[in-house]
Design a protein around this ligand. Structure first.
Ligand SMILES: Nc1ncnc2c1ncn2[C@@H]1O[C@H](COP(=O)(O)OP(=O)(O)OP(=O)(O)O)[C@@H](O)[C@H]1O
Length: 246
């Protein structure tokens, strides 16, 4: 079964095309990376899966359901960090994690140990009792990822999860994502960093101007060169198509 699905999804903001006929699916146990230049459409694709945007055309599905109205038992198996993390600024790190555990259906007695384990896992011990609003950007990102993953989701979407992280945080997130996938989760992650996603992804989808313009083999060589060749080729085709229409 495809756990995360975008089927022929298109969306525009005014005249600006954000997504054009994007189809992709992530199966359990797989990590798919969406890679593209600024404005390529990565966040829009993830917002459609997070239920934050209803695409003008096409279908988004999380574990077989419309993400805008996930049943509670399905929401409890889903994790996401898209746009801003679901973190309450006035709560402490531990309180946020307990809250996230409860929201994802953990019984009361299990929430505190889950929160404690997540604090350790994400390297947040020194800030365990700090309010979220006082955290640095990187630690806020660590907390957001912890809140989205401490219930061990079977479907997970992460929008640029390492953008604010130091090298230690990058390794922590890399190992966490790979571990969840190896335990059977379907993970869709967006990034600008080819070398980073090449280490965790089973498949790399190149998005450009809202379109899927090709796939890169994570273990392949010259990824950067091949990425730019795909983007250039897509731009050349777009200009040629526009010319032949006029
Ligand atoms: N709320 C919005 N209103 C208007 N235009 C939008 C909105 N959200 C996205 N866009 C436009 O849609 C296109 C895709 O944006 P999106 O944020 O999905 O790209 P991205 O690949 O995530 O970019 P980045 O790497 O910079 O985060 C861009 O041209 C962007 O300007």
């Amino acid at each position: 079964m495809t756990a995360l699905l975008l089927d022929d999804v298109s969306h525009t903001f005014g005249t600006r095309v954000a997504l054009a006929h994007l189809t992709l699916g992530v199966r359990p146990g797989r990590v798919t990376a969406l890679i593209g230049l600024n404005g390529a459409g990565k966040t829009t694709a993830l917002r459609a899966l997070a239920g934050r945007l209803r695409p003008a055309h096409g279908v988004a599905r999380v574990l077989g359901h419309d993400p805008a109205g996930l049943p509670a038992d399905v929401a409890a198996r889903f994790g996401q960090v898209v746009d801003t993390p679901l973190v309450h600024q006035e709560l402490t790190v531990t309180e946020n994690l307990v809250c996230a555990a409860r929201l994802h259906g953990e019984p009361g007695r299990a929430a505190a140990p889950r929160a404690s384990a997540a604090v350790g896992r994400m390297g947040l011990e020194p800030w365990r009792h700090a309010r979220a609003r006082s955290l640095s950007m990187g630690n806020r990102q660590r907390l957001g990822i912890a809140c989205a993953t401490l219930h061990r989701p079977t479907a997970l979407i992460l929008d640029e999860p390492t953008s604010a992280l130091d090298p230690q945080g990058v390794v922590i997130v890399r190992e966490l994502v790979r571990e969840l996938a190896d335990d059977g989760a379907a993970v869709l992650v967006s990034s600008h960093h080819l070398d980073e996603v090449a280490r965790i992804a089973d498949e790399i989808v190149v998005l450009h101007a809202g379109r899927d313009v090709g796939r890169l083999e994570p273990g392949g060589t010259d990824l950067e060169q091949r990425f730019f060749a795909m983007v250039l080729d897509a731009d050349t085709r777009a200009v040629t198509d526009a010319g032949s229409r006029s």
